[in-house]
Write a new protein. Structure first.
Length: 329
């Protein structure tokens, strides 16, 4: 990973100087979930962007803190010890950190460290508390997060549960969707359930055409931004299909509870929608991408189904990319 760590990071922003992507990231975050646009506009007036290089400490015990942070890009982790050996949480884009600043400036109880170069939106807890007086949804969201942290802390003291503590272990750090580890369990369970119920279902493998060349030309940060936008676009276009997982650098797997013909039609809709869009990057830059998608009916084991979906994806690549294909006859 060290080869991908930049030698420098962008300068931190000034209060109110947020990009549209930052504002959208706030709107998707757990802290501002369900908040109207006018609330986010008010928050954006005093929020600012800050960057952390790999290995930098954001929060630590005994150090006062008056900011709440929302992670936009990268990955952070929380540790109980200064040697960073006892990890208790992992944070991915959309997560909030430092919410204890809403209660007071005293520091937290863990060391929060950037595991990847990270971009965060910082929010002064004072103005945020004032907004919470007229926007109780923020307070309720903060209570939910604090409650989850407290339950996790209680579990850490229970030896029966200590081995199971690994926050966000089922999520991809870049896009926030599920990861392959989660997929292997969830998809296998769905295949078994649908087989027993006699219901049709499919698995689609979604691949970004020429992603390696795009990464080389625009940089890893731009590639990650495109993957995040693609994941968000897929979930927004297909809101009823919440079983989306990132399974490799440029590939996603989607569970589709439908017949093969209907699944191919649905994926064709996604392919056409993506191919006609401009994906904004930093500044005034933008690019377009295309997708190759292989779709296979779920039969037998997950491995067998994925093998058929891979054969379908290979067929899509052989036919010139930017197409949706079922498995070869």
């Amino acid at each position: 990973m060290t080869g991908h760590i930049p030698t420098h990071l962008p300068r931190d922003g000034a209060p109110g100087d947020l990009t549209q992507g930052d504002l959208e990231a706030l709107g998707r975050s757990l802290l501002f979930r369900g908040c109207p646009a006018e609330v986010l506009d008010r928050v954006g007036r005093f929020a600012f962007v800050t960057h952390l290089p790999h290995g930098a400490i954001l929060l630590q015990p005994g150090e006062s803190n008056r900011y709440v942070y929302v992670l936009v890009e990268g990955q952070l982790a929380a540790f109980l010890d200064p040697g960073l050996a006892k990890r208790v949480a992992r944070f991915v884009p959309g997560d909030a950190l430092g919410e204890h600043a809403l209660v007071g400036p005293d520091g937290g109880t863990t060391y929060v460290v950037a595991q990847w170069p990270s971009r965060l939106v910082a929010l002064d807890a004072g103005p945020l508390r004032e907004i919470m007086e007229v926007a109780p949804r923020i307070a309720l969201n903060a209570l939910d997060m604090l409650g989850a942290r407290l339950r996790a802390a209680n579990l850490r003291h229970d030896p029966r549960e200590a081995a199971n503590i690994d926050f966000m272990a089922s999520r991809d750090a870049v896009t926030g969707v599920h990861n392959r580890r989660w997929m292997e369990s969830a998809f296998a369970a769905e295949i078994a359930r649908c087989s027993q119920a006699g219901e049709p279902s499919c698995v689609a493998l979604i691949d970004v055409d020429g992603f390696d060349r795009l990464n080389q030309a625009l940089g890893r940060a731009a590639g990650d931004a495109i993957l995040r936008q693609l994941a968000d676009l897929t979930r927004n276009l297909l809101p009823s299909l919440d079983m989306l997982a990132r399974v490799s650098a440029d590939r996603f797997a989607l569970w589709v509870p439908a017949s093969l013909a209907d699944a191919v039609s649905l994926c064709e809709r996604l392919r056409a929608h993506v191919g006609g869009r401009q994906f904004p990057l930093r500044g005034n830059m933008g690019t377009q991408i295309t997708l190759s998608i292989g779709v296979a009916q779920a039969q037998g084991s997950l491995d067998a189904t994925l093998a058929k979906a891979q054969a379908a994806l290979d067929r899509a690549k052989e036919r010139g990319r930017n197409t949706v294909e079922p498995p070869p006859a």
